[in-house]
Design a protein around this ligand. Structure first.
Ligand code: UD1
Length: 424
């Protein structure tokens, strides 16, 4: 397995081009299953999750053409016929978003067999709400040998579905399923994440009838068929937030290009509160420090537009060297503190109390050998390594490659000493 090495304690200076959002690109790719015409997506990041989903779509019958550009790929996905309605364990166990083929498959083929998902080990991550939602739309669901079997011989029917908790994946899945259902579906307490709106906008471009995009009530009037479209993936607010935190942590001065500042405002306002300089303009955000120590700042993860759980680990890394004590509360996933013990290896002082982590700022971090436990936690370790004195080695970096495009190159271009040792 590859290892990432970082010689830290150097400020990041320069510009970083932010990629297309992984969490938008993946559901958008599954939407291609809803039509027999071509869906072209641009600004698609080069990530292992994208490659794995290309493989899965290929198994299901899609033909995919990929054109590599300087800023992301263009993917053209054409699924003239669905060859198989089974999404196998070997692929679905690798990343959670692959489970989302369930909605499009059952909507288009009236039947689907999808392995229970995998993905980051950040909590129980059940699928009960997917099942209940599709059942409300008339599907019969069975769980057999680790697979979800969904059947709707008469086709899906519109329904009123009130989600008891906000779920991004359930909203994606039910919204896609509803586009081809008979009648109107109303999803109440829907996720408002920008990636959900991006998917909805693409579905509308494909001929879907969706109202309430960007709000917590989505009304979807089913149509007979969807057609092809071309759609640009929105920028990755989690990648942008991660580099913003890295710049702040190292006392650097970095301009993030190709971003939509309004979609990661919650993170920017926390950075401002901690004493980080933030200059947000149209399409660009400059992050800088005036040399003073940052102030400990509390954070609570929330659904959008709140502070995202996917930046919690990175923000905790930032707080390890801030002056004072900060309390970080995780409300979305019940087991998302695996990075705490790894941050402790750098000399961080963090204690856990249920869903809260209490971070007592230390003067400096010291380099250490560490192990990445999940995708966003890996980014927190990179951030700590960039600030720590000495040489850090991060093991299990395949997690990083799932969600951060060309991370070493982007950081090197800003003066970081970071390199990858390939496993022999
Ligand atoms: C997506 C994101 C992930 C992010 C998360 C929350 C992608 C590929 N992944 O994951 O990066 O951290 O949103 O913003 O976009 N839940 C249930 N039952 C269900 C489904 C979910 O209880 O059937 C719970 C989950 O366990 C969790 C909460 O709902 O506690 C929110 O999770 P959800 O929004 O579904 O996360 P994902 O869509 O899996």
């Amino acid at each position: 397995m590859d290892t990432i090495h970082i010689r830290g304690a150097r400020p990041l200076k320069g510009a970083i081009q932010i990629s297309g959002a992984k969490n938008a690109a993946l559901p958008l790719m599954t939407a291609a299953l809803l039509t027999d015409e071509a869906l072209t997506l641009t600004n698609v990041p080069q990530l292992t999750d994208v490659r794995s989903l290309i493989r899965l779509l290929g198994v299901l019958g899609s033909e995919i053409e990929r054109v590599t550009g300087p800023h992301g790929d263009a993917l053209t996905i054409r699924t003239a016929t669905i060859r198989s309605t089974t999404a196998p364990y070997e692929i679905v166990s690798q990343f959670r978003a692959s489970f989302w083929v369930l909605g499009p498959l059952v909507a288009r083929c009236r039947t689907a067999k999808v392995s229970l998902p995998g993905g980051c080990a950040i909590g129980a991550r059940p699928v009960d709400l997917y099942i209940k939602g599709l059942q409300k739309m008339g599907a019969e669901i069975d769980l057999v040998d680790g697979y979800v079997l969904a059947n709707a011989p008469e086709g899906l029917k519109g329904a009123i579905i009130r989600l008891p908790i906000v779920s991004v994946g359930v909203t994606h899945t039910l919204m896609m399923a509803a586009t081809l259902a008979d009648g109107e579906t109303i999803i109440e307490n829907a996720a408002r994440e920008p990636e959900v709106a991006d998917l909805a906008n693409c579905l509308v471009a494909m001929g879907a009838r969706i109202q309430g995009i960007g709000t917590s009530t989505l009304r979807i009037e089913g149509v007979e068929r969807l057609h092809g479209a071309t759609h640009r993936v929105i920028s990755d607010r989690i990648e942008a937030g991660t580099y913003a935190i890295a710049a702040a942590m190292t006392g650097g001065d970095v301009t993030l290009a190709g971003v939509e500042p309004e979609i990661f405002e919650a993170a920017l306002s926390l950075l401002r509160a901690a004493g980080v300089g933030v200059d947000a303009r149209q399409g660009e955000v400059r992050i800088f420090r005036n040399g003073e120590r940052l102030q400990a700042t509390n954070a609570v993860t929330q659904v959008y537009p709140g502070f995202p759980t996917d930046l919690q680990a990175q923000f905790m890394a930032l707080m390890t060297t801030a002056a004072g004590e900060s309390e970080i509360t995780e409300t979305i996933f019940e087991n998302r503190f695996m990075h705490v013990q790894e941050l402790a290896r750098f000399g961080a002082d963090i204690s856990l109390h249920g869903d809260k982590a209490l971070v007592r700022g230390v003067e400096k971090l010291k380099a250490a050998p560490v192990m990445a436990s999940d995708l966003r936690a890996s980014a927190a370790l990179v951030i700590a390594g960039l600030a720590a004195e000495g040489e850090t080695a991060i093991n299990r970096v395949y997690h990083l490659d799932r969600g951060f495009e060309r991370i070493e190159q982007k950081l090197c271009a800003c003066g970081a000493e970071i390199w990858r040792a390939k496993a022999s």
